[in-house]
Design a protein around this ligand. Structure first.
Ligand code: MG
Length: 380
C-alpha cells in the first residue's frame, strides 16, 4: 500500500464499573486508535496501553507521542508498497514501545485483510486446520473489597455461561477470596488467579499465601512475582504444585522460549501488544503448540478493535486454553463498533470469531465522533 495519511485519536470508553488490579484502577478506558488511509481504503488499529503506566511503562499519552513523533513518520519513509512484514526493520531503531508498534501493525493487517478479502483470523492462522470459528469465553474479575463481593460476582458470570474465571489477587486479598470464589462456582469451572507481580519470593508471608492456593485446583497462578525476575519464578514453580503462567515477563518470543526452557512458567499468556507484534504472537502460539505447552490470549481492557483482534488470535490452534475474551458489556457501556456478545452452546459461553475481511468490524462513525477526545492527522 502507498500510505497517504495516518489519523491518531484518543477515545474514552465509559466503563460499566471501575476495574481494579494490584497495579491500579481504571475508571474510564482511554486508548489510542490508529487509522491508516491509502486512497479510498483504510485500516484500523488500537493501542493496548492503559491510561496510566501501571501494567507496563507504556501509557496512552506516551503512546500518542511515540506514534505521532517517531513511528508514523517512519511509515512515510518506507519503500512502496508498505506491508506489515516491513515493520520490524522499519522500527528497529525505536527502542521499546511495543504496544504503539503493535497498533500500527494491526492497522496494516486490517488493511491487508480488507484488500485481499481475507479475515484477520485467516491471516494469523493461514495453514490447515485454519482458525476456529468460535472460541470459549473467559472473564477476568478485578480485585474486590470482600470475599463475598467477588464470590457473588464470579457466580453471576458463571450463570451467564462463562466456564473460565480469572480473578485478580494481591497480598491480603488471596486465600479467603479464592476460597470464596471456588466455593461459589464449584469444581467444574476453570479458575485461575492473576497477581500482576504483587508477591515476592523473599517475603515469607507472600510465599505462605501462594502455597495455600495449591488447595483450590487452580488452572494456574499468573505473574506472581516481578516481571523482570524469571529465576525467582523458576524457583517458585519448583515449590508449588499449581502451574505458573507468565504475562508481564514475556516481552518477546525469545524471552518466552527462555522462560519455558528455564522452568519459569509452564503456561503462557500471549498478548500481541506486549510483544509489539501480532505476527510475533502467532510465532509464540506456534512454538507453544509444538511443545505441547498451554497458551491463551490475554486482554488489556480492550475496546472493539482490540477485542476483534484478540478473538482472531485466539482462533489459532495454539491457543489451547480459554483467554480473557469477554462480552463488551462486561466492561463498557459504549464502544466505536457493535458490541461483542456471548453465544451459549450447551450452557457454555463462546464468542464468534469475526469472519469479515480484516478485523471484520464496522466502525460506527457517530460513536467514534462521540467518544473521541483528541484527534490529529499526519499526512504524506
Ligand atoms: Mg495478567
Amino acid at each position: 500500500m502507498r500510505l497517504d495519511a495516518v489519523e491518531l485519536r484518543i477515545i474514552a470508553l465509559p466503563m460499566a464499573t471501575p476495574f481494579v488490579a494490584s497495579h491500579g484502577t481504571v475508571s474510564t478506558r482511554t486508548s489510542v486508535i490508529v487509522r491508516i488511509i491509502s486512497g479510498a481504503s483504510e485500516g484500523w488499529g488500537e493501542c493496548a496501553a492503559l491510561p496510566e503506566p501501571t501494567y507496563s511503562d507504556e501509557y496512552v499519552d506516551d503512546a500518542l507521542l511515540t506514534l505521532r513523533d517517531h513511528l508514523v513518520p517512519l511509515l512515510f519513509t518506507a519503500d512502496v508498497p508498505l506491508t506489515s512484514s516491513d515493520l520490524p526493520a522499519l522500527f528497529a531503531n525505536v527502542q521499546g514501545h511495543p504496544m504503539a508498534k503493535a497498533a500500527i501493525e494491526l492497522a496494516l493487517l486490517d488493511f491487508e485483510g480488507r484488500a485481499s478479502n481475507i479475515s484477520l483470523a485467516h491471516l494469523l492462522t493461514p495453514h490447515p486446520p485454519g482458525p476456529a470459528t468460535n472460541v470459549p469465553a473467559g472473564v477476568a474479575l478485578g480485585l474486590a473489597e470482600t470475599p463475598q463481593e467477588i464470590a457473588s460476582d464470579a457466580a453471576a458470570r458463571v450463570a451467564e455461561g462463562y466456564r473460565r474465571v480469572k480473578m485478580k489477587i494481591a497480598p491480603g486479598r488471596d486465600r479467603e477470596f479464592v476460597a470464596a470464589v471456588r466455593d461459589a462456582i464449584g469444581k467444574d469451572v476453570a479458575l485461575s488467579v492473576d497477581a500482576n507481580g504483587a508477591y515476592s519470593l523473599a517475603d515469607m508471608a507472600d510465599m505462605a499465601a501462594l502455597a495455600e492456593l495449591d488447595q483450590f485446583a487452580l488452572s494456574f497462578i499468573e505473574q506472581p512475582l516481578a516481571a523482570d525476575n524469571l529465576l525467582d519464578h523458576a524457583e517458585l514453580a519448583r515449590r508449588l504444585s499449581t502451574p505458573i503462567c507468565l504475562d508481564e515477563s514475556l516481552t518477546s518470543e525469545l524471552v518466552t522460549r527462555e522462560a519455558l526452557d528455564m522452568g519459569a512458567c509452564s503456561v503462557v499468556c500471549v498478548k500481541a501488544p506486549r510483544y509489539g507484534s501480532w505476527l510475533q504472537a502467532v510465532q509464540v502460539l506456534d512454538h507453544c503448540a509444538g511443545l505441547g505447552i498451554d497458551a491463551w490470549v490475554g486482554g488489556m481492557l480492550d475496546g472493539g478493535i482490540g477485542r476483534a483482534a484478540n478473538l482472531a488470535l485466539a482462533a489459532h490452534p495454539g491457543a489451547s486454553l480459554a483467554g480473557d475474551l469477554a462480552a463488551t458489556s462486561r466492561f463498557f457501556t459504549d464502544d466505536i463498533c457493535a458490541p461483542f456478545t456471548l453465544r451459549k452452546t450447551d450452557g457454555t459461553a463462546t464468542m464468534s470469531v469475526p469472519a469479515g475481511y480484516g478485523l471484520g468490524i464496522t466502525i460506527d462513525n457517530d460513536a467514534l465522533h462521540r467518544l473521541t477526545i483528541h484527534t490529529e492527522a499526519i499526512r504524506r
